[in-house]
Write a protein that binds this ligand. Structure first.
Ligand code: ADP
Length: 661
């Protein structure tokens, strides 16, 4: 099994059922505790009804169908064995008339008469029915009770399933929302460490597994466990000796379950890891489709996926083999239990220490007893999955790589009306501990200024830009706005006042309009058109079949990278920010689009403060000041003529790339 996919998170996870985990799950069900309490009451009733049904058949057998037998546990005597008689109520005229026809068989005692069981075959069928009218009426009542209880059981079961399902759905809904909002607030660094596929699994199948835990496993614990205890109690009460003989199979069931649990646990875990790997590999394939197709890696990628899928298949087959042994094994043990009842119980019926009804009830009970045991394997699977899902969900929930937000004070914290200055004070930054990408960077950007940052690829320019909206926190030093450290300000306060136009802006799958304006295009008449015009997007809007309302496809697949920048500029216009952060695209953009971008950008920057990562001379020339970066440090700064006169790094960059850095 490959272990080098960075999935140690899944493989490392230990104990399948951890009490601490259960304790953490409890609060999820807490909002539904009243419903749960009702469920307990309902389950108690359902169990009572279920257990009563075989008792009713026993009653039908012993009281009305084959009455007069010894009750359970009584010691038979020769006299009682020979003297079993059927009572006849003579106050019923039809019964009295029938009795009159067999004076030598019936013994009358006042309003009651009786007839020996062995004489019953001598009575004609019609007369027998008249003599046994009382039994027939009793049977009818019992049948009615049986049907009514079954119906009530059905209604209760239905209500119970509905309520459990409702609770499961609510819990799943709440959990998913909690997880979503937690993930949404995590620092960006978290997302560079966790593949998308894995997070998708957290939010989908892991949450689904928890739901199944509530609907299937909890109801098993509640209902089936109660039923097992109830049945055992009734069996012991009916005939404790026969009950104990029957229970002789339980150690075998327990042994089978333990062996099964051990084997299943490993296989389930392997399967889970593999499913996570498959998800991850697949989402990586989708994300990297361009590279895969361009570099013709389809075959190699296919082989890798095939190997992964094959391992998953093998583990699946191993799981089936274990399951396929367990279920029939329990079935066989159930049959052994029935055989024991017939063998031992049958003998007791013959020697009159057990009624036939009790024997029938016992076989019914043992069937009921084994039904939940047979499903144990499935329930165990659910428990395993749910526990490891819970563990992984809590692992994400416990991740606190959120950028710490300052506690909001009563006055709402320091207010920022306008961004007067942005300053870096000896800022160090490392994505990976120890590998500094920014080294003691200090500069100040004042209101209304345009600052350009230039330097070779990897110098740390984009990183520097990302620190201004506090996408990351510096490792050392501080980033300040109006002299306030960003860490002391709620991020909404400054993010609202700035717009970041990234190199390759991300587009959502919604319409062009939604991508620019989110949900609020503003109420000013002509605002939308003005922004589209300012961002030079008229041509794109005219080209798209439904104009601004054309869905852009996932990741904005319909638009070119130049157009993406224009859309991103329009986004910035829509926010009307005070500070523009612009990361110029390094990729080749045709000169016409390039001109459109430059034009839109200069419109956007007019009367605004701007920091631009510049690659093109035209952009750099317009800047008030230029910072030259190399290997994480600012090595030169000044205006274009100053830097050219310096004949240093900047000058050499220009000699090399007269049209861009
Ligand atoms: P520039 O914009 O000047 O090309 P960047 O700021 O993008 O440079 O990158 C500076 C360094 O930081 C590079 O060595 C790059 O590999 C590294 N880097 C950038 N982003 C990340 C990240 N998310 N995780 C780890 N390293 C990163």
């Amino acid at each position: 099994m490959p272990t080098d996919y960075n999935y140690f998170e899944e493989t490392r996870l230990g104990k399948p059922y951890d009490l601490a985990l259960l304790r953490r799950m409890a609060p999820l069900a807490r909002p539904h505790r009243r419903l749960l309490a009702w469920s307990v009451a309902r389950v108690l009733l359902i169990t009572l009804f279920d257990i009563d049904l075989p008792l009713l058949t026993k009653c039908a057998d012993d009281r009305f169908i084959v009455p007069g037998r010894q009750e359970t546990g009584a010691i038979p005597t020769a006299e009682t064995a020979a003297g079993r008689r059927l009572g006849v109520d003579l106050s019923d005229p039809a019964a009295a008339a029938a009795a009159g026809r067999y004076p030598d068989l019936l013994q009358a005692e006042g309003a009651q008469a009786s007839i020996a069981f062995e004489d019953l075959p001598k009575v004609a069928a019609g007369d027998l029915e008249r003599l046994r009218r009382g039994d027939l009426a009793g049977l009818a009542w019992l049948t009615l009770a049986f049907v009514l209880m079954s119906l009530a059981g059905f209604a209760l079961n239905f209500a119970q399933a509905l309520v459990m399902e409702f609770m499961g759905q609510r819990i799943m809904h709440d959990l998913r929302m909690r997880l979503f909002s937690h993930i949404q607030n995590l620092a960006l660094e978290f997302f560079t460490r966790n593949p998308v596929g894995r997070l998708v699994t957290r939010l989908t199948s892991d949450v689904q597994n928890m739901y199944e835990l509530f609907t299937s496993f909890v109801s098993f614990l509640f209902k089936d466990l109660l039923l097992l205890i109830g049945i055992a109690a009734v069996m012991l009460a009916l005939n404790w000796k026969l009950a104990l003989v029957t229970f002789a199979v339980i150690p075998a069931v327990a042994a089978a379950s333990i062996v099964f649990a051990r084997r299943a646990r490993d296989i389930f875990r392997i399967l889970r890891v593999q499913v996570a790997e498959i998800n991850s590999r697949f989402s990586e394939t989708i994300g990297g489709m361009r590279v895969i197709q361009l570099f013709r890696r389809e075959e190699a990628n296919y082989r890798r996926f095939e190997a992964l899928n094959h391992e998953n298949y093998l583990a699946g087959m191993r799981q089936i083999r274990v399951l396929a042994v367990f279920m029939p094994l329990v079935e066989v043990l159930a049959v052994v239990a029935v055989a024991l009842i017939i063998w031992y119980g049958g003998e007791r019926v013959l020697d009159q220490t057990l009624s036939l009804g009790a024997l029938v009830a016992f076989t019914a009970y043992i069937r009921m007893f084994f039904r939940p045991l047979r499903d144990l394997a499935e329930k165990y699977n659910i428990l395993q999955n749910a526990m490891s899902s819970a563990e992984r969900i809590f692992l994400v929930m416990d991740t606190t790589t959120m950028l710490p937000q300052p506690a909001v004070t009563a006055g709402g914290g320091p207010a920022i009306e306008a961004i007067d200055s942005v300053s870096f004070d000896r800022v160090d930054f490392a994505y990976v501990p120890g590998e500094r990408v920014l080294k003691s960077v200090s500069f100040e950007l004042r209101r209304g200024e345009t600052l350009a940052v230039v330097g070779p690829t990897g110098a740390g320019k984009s990183t520097l830009v990302n620190l201004i909206p506090r996408l990351y926190d510096p490792t050392a030093g501080s980033v300040r706005i109006n002299g306030c450290d960003l860490r002391t300000l709620p991020s909404g306060v400054f993010r609202d006042k700035m717009a970041l136009v990234m190199q390759d802006p991300f587009l959502f799958s919604g319409s062009l309009r939604r991508n620019i304006f989110e949900t609020d295009p503003g109420t000013e008449p002509g605002r939308v058109e003005a922004i589209i015009a300012a961002a030079n997007l008229q041509a794109l809007a005219a080209r798209l079949p439904q104009g601004l309302d054309t869905p852009l496809g996932e990741g904005g697949a319909l638009v070119s990278s130049g157009e993406r920048q224009l859309i991103s500029i329009a986004r910035a216009f829509a926010r009307n920010p005070q500070l523009i952060l612009f990361d110029e695209a390094t990729s080749y953009i045709d000169s016409q689009t390039e001109q459109l971008i430059q034009q839109a950008l200069s419109r956007l920057m007019r009367h605004r403060t701007a920091l631009v990562v510049a690659h093109r001379l035209s952009t750099v020339r317009h800047a008030d000041r230029i910072l030259v970066m190399n290997r994480g440090r600012i090595i030169e700064s000044g205006s274009h003529p100053e830097l050219m006169a310096l004949k240093g790094f900047y000058y050499r960059l220009h000699q090399l790339h007269p049209n861009g850095s």
